[in-house]
Design a binder for this molecule. Structure first.
Ligand SMILES: Cc1cc2nc3c(=O)[nH]c(=O)nc-3n(C[C@H](O)[C@H](O)[C@H](O)COP(=O)(O)OP(=O)(O)OC[C@H]3O[C@@H](n4cnc5c(N)ncnc54)[C@H](O)[C@@H]3O)c2cc1C
Length: 381
């Protein structure tokens, strides 16, 4: 599919897209959608919102149906705090405005775009532990589930109970209900999916398509900064024709937290904040570019030593020069405080970002025989 065709498809469907979601920008500047402020243009960015989970579900379903009917690719995005953009031909569904969440006992139910810092602060106020790690992460809960956001104390996979999503493939939209079998609620009760927590209406509400799986329920698999939710390879396993029109979009997430004394929660948050201040530089970035830990180890002797290192150490030890006066591609350079954070000095482009990424990767490969794995997402079509 050429970009010209895609543009034309979006143009033809623009009236319907606007009717479905209301809040839509055509020919949108994507720099505003990434915390690194790098991006080209998108044919269309849609911002669904609503006062309830069902309201956003209906809007996104309608939008995805239109995209599927008109052969338009669509891509979910949260706060863009892990994503660098080029040009995107198709529809970006940005969840930023579906940002509501509700606390009920030890459960938080959230729309997919709920901001992590606000959820973390509200959980603390309610005396609930589990989200202390999220206080300084500038993303949404949907992005956190997709990428299993974490810090050294806790991770998203510890608290996710279930998530609901939609997937457009070929000409159909599928409803998805994901459960995290690793959550202690399921483990404790010795039963994977307690009936009381099911949504009996879920499949019926989906007017077209079918629910994937016998009972419509999938298990979420989590890894270090990754999950099976948006992993195309995993989707290929049960989509016979591998043409994927859109990735899964999570519009609703349920979290299971634990009541704990306020001082304990506050202490963890403080610990988290000071760790962050020590390790994370300021400036426009998408956080870690490479996965910090990915079993990077080698017994091949590099000229600077042998061992088990994290991504920052590998970059440092391989002799890459950090800071604005060091290795720099256009307006993108590596922060001195942490070379795994690439900083946009103002007018950085995707080309600059990729050039620096490749240069750093090449140096680490030459020195250690190790391939750094990407953590940041790069989105362009
Ligand atoms: C200063 C800074 C500090 C950071 N610190 C940390 C940290 O300590 N720990 C950490 O893990 N990360 C950290 N990050 C990275 C980032 O904030 C997290 O990965 C965050 O969870 C991404 O959320 P987002 O909504 O911004 O995702 P986006 O960047 O918008 O999207 C990331 C990926 O998730 C997908 N996605 C987003 N929303 C949805 C949805 N609703 N449904 C399906 N897929 C979706 C997108 O398609 C994309 O593939 C940091 C980033 C910055 C800029």
């Amino acid at each position: 599919m050429t970009s010209e065709w895609m543009k034309e498809f979006v143009r033809k469907a623009s009236g319907k897209i606007k009717d479905a979601v209301g809040d839509v920008v055509f020919d949108a500047d994507l720099r505003k959608l990434s915390t690194m402020r790098i991006g080209g243009k998108a044919s269309c960015v849609a911002y669904p919102s609503g006062s309830s989970i069902q309201e956003v579900e209906e809007k996104i379903l309608r939008l995805m149906e239109i995209c599927c009917d008109n052969l338009i690719e669509c891509y979910p995005i949260g706060n863009g705090s892990n994503t660098v953009f080029g040009d995107v031909h198709g529809v970006i569904i940005c969840t930023r405005k579906m940002n509501r969440f509700w606390i009920e006992g030890e459960t938080i139910r959230a729309q997919g775009g709920a901001p992590l810092p606000a959820m973390s602060a509200a959980a603390k106020d309610a005396g609930l532990s589990g989200l202390e790690f999220a206080i300084g992460i500038p993303g949404t809960i949907g992005g956190a589930v997709a990428r299993n956001a974490s810090n050294y104390l806790q991770s998203t996979s510890d608290v996710v109970v279930s998530a609901k999503g939609l997937r457009g493939i070929q000409r159909r939209v599928y409803a998805l209900l994901w459960k995290n079998p690793g959550h202690k609620r399921f483990v404790k009760r010795d039963t994977m999916f307690p009936a009381s927590e099911e949504d009996p209406d879920f499949a019926r509400r989906m007017p077209i398509g079918a629910v994937i799986g016998d009972d419509g329920v999938r298990h979420i698999g989590f890894g270090y900064r990754q999950s099976t939710l948006t992993d195309d390879q995993y989707m290929d396993a049960y989509v016979p024709d591998k043409r994927v029109m859109a990735r899964d979009l999570l519009y609703s997430v349920e979290l299971g937290l634990e009541a704990k004394p306020g001082e304990e929660i506050a202490r963890r948050m403080k610990q988290n904040r000071s760790h962050r201040a020590r390790t994370q530089p300021r400036g426009s970035s998408v956080g870690s570019v490479f996965k910090r830990r990915a079993n990077y180890s080698t017994d091949k002797s590099g000229s600077r030593g042998v061992g088990h290192y994290n991504a920052e150490e590998l970059i440092d030890r391989s002799g890459c020069e950090t800071g604005p006066e060091g290795w720099r591609e256009g307006d993108v350079y590596m922060a001195e405080q942490n070379p795994n954070f690439f900083i946009n000095a103002g007018n950085g482009t995707l080309r600059d970002f990729l050039a620096l990424r490749d240069r750093v990767r090449g140096r680490v490969r030459d020195e250690f025989g190790i391939e750094l794995q990407m953590e940041a997402d790069v989105m362009y079509t």
